[in-house]
Design a protein around this ligand. Sequence first.
Ligand SMILES: [Zn+2]
Length: 211
Amino acid sequence: MFFYSPPYILQKLCPSVLHWKVDTQEKEIYLTFDDGPSSSITHEVLRVLEHYQAKATFFCNGKQALENPEIIEMIKQSGHGLGNHTFSHIDGWKSSEIDYFRDVKRCKEVFHSSLFRPPFGRITREQARVLSKQYHIVMWSLMTYDFHPKINSERSLKEMIRKAAPGSILLMHDSEKAEGKVISILTGVLEYFSGSGFTFNSLEDAFSRKT
Ligand SMILES: [Zn+2]
């Protein structure tokens, strides 16, 4: 099951603080983009989202956000959500808690968000416990593998169409490593699911609706 591979151990360890999907019966899908903003990709992603009147959530690294403040502003102005993805894309399994929390805080100083996604999906139980007091910690339901050299857009799209369901959180990247694939996967997902009556909302709205 190559395509559906969130770290299951984590799901077992922290079932209550990590969100792997949105709890809804409505025809809603949540698109998320990690590791941006990027001057070469994010504009195009925003254009495609606008064309389909879809909202998404961008889990940005503070470092990229500092370098591209006008794109952060554009994301906000367009009604999309922002999420903290740490300042320097730090790996929670390979860093001390002090370093990890410092990096999260550094990102927070660049832009505010109520959402957090751990880089690489790696977070310890203690990191999750502490951060869940400040953030909704959002993982994902389906990974598009838009960055993976051995997976082409057609295969990725086919998997999304087969597996996405109400409340699914899809993971894509608005970064160079996904260039060439993310736009075609995104367009295919929007075309197919819009046609099937789905809407696309930001995760900030989904979580604020519940609390
Ligand atoms: Zn990342």
